[in-house]
Design a protein around this ligand. Structure first.
Ligand code: ACO
Length: 325
């Protein structure tokens, strides 16, 4: 039986570091508040006005191509998981393919907020397991600073820019994506959204004046759902595959808030030294957080490790994916 394995990871974050200290000069906040409430010390911000999500993705995918010495013409499909496409009415994945010379690839943008990478990876795995495709790129990437209101201290301290890409290829040793447990709940849209700029409330002078093109979140409510849904997803995928905490090498959680991650670890009985973290450096990069963790931890991963990727985000969307590395 064919499985779909991740055979290379590439990542990219912009150079500019927006520190908590700098945020103290922008909104009424403090390093102490941000660190104790979220675990974030700094986040990377794309400052170049000529650049956007596709540029972050291209850097990440280019690293994958270099590592695998892969000709871009061999890529068959690019799934760009993002909430922040370069533009409406076009497809960021198509632009990425064009820019990197992936002339034989098709592709599309995949919108599932912070679960984008997980859902995109499972989709790519299905293509590969079916035997239809052999080289699929999944990139989880967001340029969230373009949608953050730097006058709103409730949200502006949380988000950063960045992303990472993986190459998904067929495997005959049983490595790769093993199983997933996903869920959605549309009630979540009232708790987290960008009110205007979509088809429900198109852009107008009034919506801009009301600052409705920025991210809104009821943090407290989202926090509770995140802990419950992430914990239940981990437990469900472990139970379904007869795994105990001792069988799991790593948990890779979406990096939204360190306290959410600690609560999930406690709830599921997973020790914190098995949890991948990089929230301190990058904050919440939406679809970028999970592949960025894999990118940074790759040297510490061993063949055959059981890894659970778990996320929760806008929509609501949530879920866990079991991987054999
Ligand atoms: N600096 C100082 N004070 C602040 C800041 C800040 N940056 N932000 C909010 N506050 C204040 C508020 O104004 C409020 O003050 P008040 O009580 O006088 O009204 C108080 O702090 C709020 O405190 P809490 O509600 O106790 O804050 P909480 O512990 O809930 O932390 C946070 C807030 C960090 C937003 C948290 O709720 C959180 O992380 N929520 C979940 C985020 C998340 O999981 N997102 C997931 C998905 S994101 C996505 O998919 C796009």
């Amino acid at each position: 039986k064919l499985t779909a394995a991740i055979t290379a990871v590439g990542g990219y974050v912009p150079e500019y570091r927006l520190t908590n200290q700098e945020l103290e000069s922008i909104v009424e906040t403090s390093d102490e508040w941000i660190v104790t409430r979220t675990g974030i010390k700094e986040r990377r911000i794309l400052k170049d006005p000529e650049k956007a999500t596709s540029d972050l993705a291209i850097e990440a995918i280019s690293e994958v191509l270099r590592k695998k010495q892969l000709d871009p013409k061999d890529i068959e499909c690019i799934i760009c998981c993002t909430m922040t496409p370069d533009m409406q009415l076009t497809v960021t994945a198509a632009y990425i393919a064009w820019k990197i010379g992936a002339e034989n690839a098709w592709g599309y943008d995949f919108t599932a907020a912070c679960c984008g990478f997980l859902y995109g990876l499972t989709t790519a795995a299905s293509y590969v397991e079916s035997g239809r495709y052999k080289k699929v790129i999944v990139v989880g990437v967001d340029n969230m600073s373009a949608f953050v209101d730097y006058q709103d201290r409730n949200t502006c301290v949380l988000f950063g820019d960045g992303g990472a890409a993986v190459l998904v290829e067929p495997n005959t040793e049983g490595l790769g994506v093993i199983d997933s447990k996903f869920g959605t709940n549309g009630y979540g849209r009232q708790l987290m959204h960008q009110k205007a700029g979509g088809s429900l409330k198109p852009a107008s002078h009034a919506t801009i004046d009301a600052r409705e093109h920025y991210a809104y979140m009821d943090g407290k409510a989202v926090f509770k759902y995140a802990v419950t849904c992430m914990s239940e997803s981990i437990t469900a995928v472990m139970k379904k595959n007869n795994l105990s905490a001792a069988d799991i090498a790593w948990i890779v959680p979406h990096q939204a808030n360190l306290r959410i991650i600690e609560a999930v670890a406690k709830e599921t009985g997973m020790p914190m030294d098995k949890i991948m973290l990089n929230i301190e450096k990058y904050g919440n990069t939406i679809a970028g957080t999970i592949p960025l963790c894999l990118w940074e931890w790759e040297p510490r991963l061993n063949k055959g490790d059981n890894i659970i990727l778990v996320s929760f985000g806008g929509g609501f969307t949530w879920g866990a994916t079991l991987l054999k590395w």
